[in-house]
Ligand binder design. Structure first.
Ligand code: BT5
Length: 282
């Protein structure tokens, strides 16, 4: 089965096609391609530290030997099957509110997947704060992508951000990592669609989605993020700092990206960071 993806004409990322399509884009005008790295985040951080790298440059790899998730977790993908990239962003492209970067990053993946033609009732959406889900029914959707953002500040000013995006594209079911509940089951475009997808075209759609979203007003951005957040109005369990767990209904998000949770006694909590799982009764 895995040989099928090898046979796709675009199994290899087409750097020339990307350079031609994105030459005049804010994101993706410059591509730093590697066949294998520890993590695209590390390579991008190093480039950003050197100073003369242009905002909107993208580091992409066919394989990560130590891909990172949030909170020291791992991101696993077999070589040549997934989109694994980090975008380097600097002023003037950083949004006015840091929280809006995660919104742009998640929405860009959803828009790129939509632009790429999700058929047969497949839908892509977001789980707060930044998981990208894919499925025919929201309740049974799997995790198709994730976002990791690392920012650098100096003297209180936001200097740069590295936005890591992992999208499961051509992995067969057996090539997806085993995750322990409550982590969401991984899925890939290959598993959901039943055929392979060009990583080149998906990357182009992703960068073009970023370009569009960077021009949006804060108001439009937050409104669209709210629309795509499948977490809202669900009964959830929220794992926050210090192993603390809150349960209740995810009633809304604030404009800075915080989740507003109403607990079972009706008290509202504003949560900046954490992990959400759906409650079993839901
Ligand atoms: C994320 O973290 O979802 C952010 C993932 C960002 C990965 C990209 S790849 C390019 C760039 N370079 C990097 O080194 N990282 C970024 P988090 O919410 O912490 O989710 C991590 C959890 O997702 C793991 O603990 C597993 O349970 C699960 N997981 C690992 N690999 C997965 C995969 N390929 N698909 C779905 N789930 C996965």
């Amino acid at each position: 089965m895995a040989q099928e993806a090898d046979k796709e004409p675009d199994g290899i990322i087409d750097l020339q096609r990307i350079a031609a399509a994105l030459a005049y884009c804010t994101i993706g005008h410059t591509l730093h391609y590697h066949s294998s790295v520890t993590s695209t985040m590390t390579v991008a951080q190093e480039l950003a530290r050197q100073g003369d790298v242009r905002s909107g440059s993208v580091v992409i790899a066919d394989e990560q030997r130590a891909g990172r998730g949030r909170m020291d977790r791992h991101w696993e993908a077999p070589a040549g099957r997934a989109l694994l990239l980090s975008i380097i962003l600097k002023p003037p492209h950083l949004p006015s509110q840091p929280g809006h970067l995660a919104m742009i990053a998640g929405l860009a993946i959803v828009h790129a997947l939509d632009a790429h033609g999700l058929t047969d009732g497949l839908q892509a959406g977001l789980k707060w704060p930044n998981d990208v889900l894919l499925g025919r029914e929201r309740i049974h959707a799997g995790k198709v992508g994730g976002v990791l953002i690392e920012s650098a500040f100096a003297a209180g000013a936001w200097q740069s951000a590295i936005i890591g995006c992992g999208i499961n594209v051509n992995q067969e079911r057996t090539e997806l990592p085993q995750v322990a509940p409550p982590a969401l089951a991984p899925t890939s475009l290959r598993v959901a669609l039943g055929h392979s997808t060009s990583r080149t075209e998906l990357l182009i759609a992703l960068c073009q989605a970023w370009d569009r979203l960077l021009t949006w007003s804060s108001r439009k951005l937050v409104a669209e993020w709210r629309t795509q957040l499948w977490t809202l109005d669900r009964s959830v369990r929220l794992h926050i700092a210090n192993n603390e767990i809150l349960e209740g209904t995810a009633v809304d998000v604030a404009d800075d990206g915080s989740l507003i949770l109403e607990d079972d006694s009706g008290r509202r909590h504003v949560i900046i960071a954490g992990d959400v799982t759906l409650r079993m009764a839901d």
